[in-house]
Design a protein around this ligand. Structure first.
Ligand code: NAP
Length: 253
């Protein structure tokens, strides 16, 4: 098993991409702590994942400093950490002129500050060869017609910047920092972001995706697991500062 003996923290591990990554880590022998807000979702995830390995859960709102404090204290109490996946995120795909200050603050609190301060506060807990994996998005660099993304793109661009700067700053300590930039993946977040579009707009978006993804489909959550396991493992011992596009070829064009 490729992650035997390693301990991982996956934010947003109770659903979607984070849940699939958590399951893959467990199957490769890691112990995993997953964090989300909703205790029912966490319990459902724990039940689903238990068959795959040793999983623990914690309820915390990572867009708040008290939520970050609680997770840091939990990790401190349980020992060194080898893998941190900053995955929890929020996406307001709303027109630029309608973005509110509240949406702006929430986006930056979760998509940027949580990754920044969780990584910073957990540094003393990182074991040798620790791996930080930030879940970014293609939206940092490439847009979709009629999917207004100024706020979301800005936050994921900031996360990419953080990934590269931390790879430089933390590399001398043996800590690797990478990002995965998924294309569109079929998750609750994606479904929520399209459910209020008129039917015609949903059909137009579907046709656009089918046309634009060279591999002809959007992603499923399991499509991100392989790269996450690789980046978390010692096989990636010389891999840092990368932003890995896993998107069915969408950003190649
Ligand atoms: N789906 C896509 O098409 C896509 C594409 C590119 C990038 N991404 C990125 O991939 C990551 C995961 O997205 P997803 O689609 O898998 O989302 P998802 O299915 O909606 O899952 C989000 C997870 O994050 C948790 N979460 C949300 N807000 C939180 C908070 N304030 N504090 C702690 N946990 C929180 C959720 O649990 P609770 O709700 O219980 O807190 C859940 O476990 C995000 O960073 C997203 O930007 C997604």
């Amino acid at each position: 098993m490729r992650l035997s003996g390693k301990r991982a923290l996956v934010t947003g591990g109770s659903d979607g991409i984070g849940l699939a990554i958590s399951e893959a880590f467990l199957r490769e022998g890691a112990e995993v702590l997953i964090v989300g807000r909703d205790t029912k979702k966490l319990e459902a995830a724990r039940q689903k994942l238990t068959a795959a390995g040793s999983v623990e859960t914690q309820s915390a709102d990572l867009s708040t400093s008290s939520g970050i404090d609680a997770v840091v204290e939990r990790v401190k109490a349980t020992g060194p950490l080898d893998i941190l996946v900053n995955n929890a995120g929020v996406a307001y795909l709303v027109p630029f002129e309608t973005v509110t200050e509240d949406q702006f603050q929430q986006s930056f609190a979760l998509n940027v500050s949580a990754a920044f301060f969780l990584t910073q506060r957990l540094l003393p807990q990182f074991g040798a060869g620790a791996s930080v994996i930030n879940i970014s998005s293609y939206f940092a660099n490439k847009m979709i017609p009629k999917r207004p993304s100024s706020l979301y793109s800005l936050s994921k661009g900031a996360l990419n910047s953080l990934t590269k700067s931390l790879a430089f700053e933390l590399g001398p300590r043996g800590i690797r920092v990478n990002a995965i930039a998924p294309g569109t993946v079929d998750t609750a977040m994606r479904r929520k972001s399209i459910e209020n579009l008129p039917a015609a707009a949903q059909a137009e978006l579907k046709a656009y995706v089918e046309r634009s993804y060279p591999l002809g489909r959007i992603g499923q959550t399991g499509d991100l697991s392989g790269i996450a396991v690789y980046l978390a493992s010692d096989e990636a011992a010389w891999t840092s500062g990368g932003i890995f596009a896993i998107d069915g070829g969408y950003t190649a064009g």
